[in-house]
Design a protein around this ligand. Sequence first.
Ligand SMILES: Nc1ncnc2c1ncn2[C@@H]1O[C@H](COP(=O)(O)OP(=O)(O)OP(=O)(O)O)[C@@H](O)[C@H]1O
Ligand SMILES: C[C@H](N)[C@H](N)CCCCCC(=O)O
Ligand SMILES: [Mg+2]
Length: 207
Amino acid sequence: MRYFVTAIGTDSGKTLASAILVEALGADYWKPIQAGTPTDSDTIRNLVSPKRVIHQEQYFLKSPMSPHAAAKIDNVEIKIKHLSAPHTTKPLIIEGAGGLLVPVNDQETIADMIPHFQSEIILVSNIYLGSINHSLLSLELIKSRGYHLKGIIFNGPKNLETQQIIQNYAGVKCLLHIRNEKKITKEVVNEYAQKLKANWNELAGQR
Ligand SMILES: Nc1ncnc2c1ncn2[C@@H]1O[C@H](COP(=O)(O)OP(=O)(O)OP(=O)(O)O)[C@@H](O)[C@H]1O
Ligand SMILES: C[C@H](N)[C@H](N)CCCCCC(=O)O
Ligand SMILES: [Mg+2]
């Protein structure tokens, strides 16, 4: 099974959520398109067990910006049809870049990768004043394109009104709520992975 981790924007906590998912599901990790350094793959490497498989990025762009722009600077053309997911017998966590409508070239966006990889979406919704609108815009896109949303991971300070309205709109449960942590360590990732594993199995049981 492939899970596509996207978010309501950049710096939302996709890589942190991906590390937790990798540990919770015993999954492989793959960042198809990396723009700038430090790379998300290196961040993941430092946060998960050494037995986890982290696949090589298919595109590594030098500039920390939208992939469509970074690709032009590097004189590289990214086409979704040329992306090919690594083979694995384990679940695969695929991390996008920024939010859903981040362009990878002048016609295609990150969202177009989701059906290309036949993946289910895990949406990271970080909580701030304005995140309801950004979350519902992302959910509207997912719904209008008929993509499958596996669940939502909230990230940041608890805000029940914000979380409830987003969950109701999405019609899915919260897989995990990540609080603001002083430091992100392997231990923190592991703690959340245990919580996610419990929630994941409980939600699967509710089907
Ligand atoms: N709950 C949290 N507590 C503390 N720090 C956090 C939390 N969530 C994210 N961060 C930090 O915020 C920064 C951005 O998080 P992260 O890299 O996971 O975002 P991202 O959505 O993957 O960004 P990108 O779009 O660049 O891939 C990182 O330094 C990360 O460690
Ligand atoms: C470089 C950064 N870390 C992300 N990987 C790319 C974020 C692209 C954001 C584009 C935008 O929405 O303006
Ligand atoms: Mg990331």
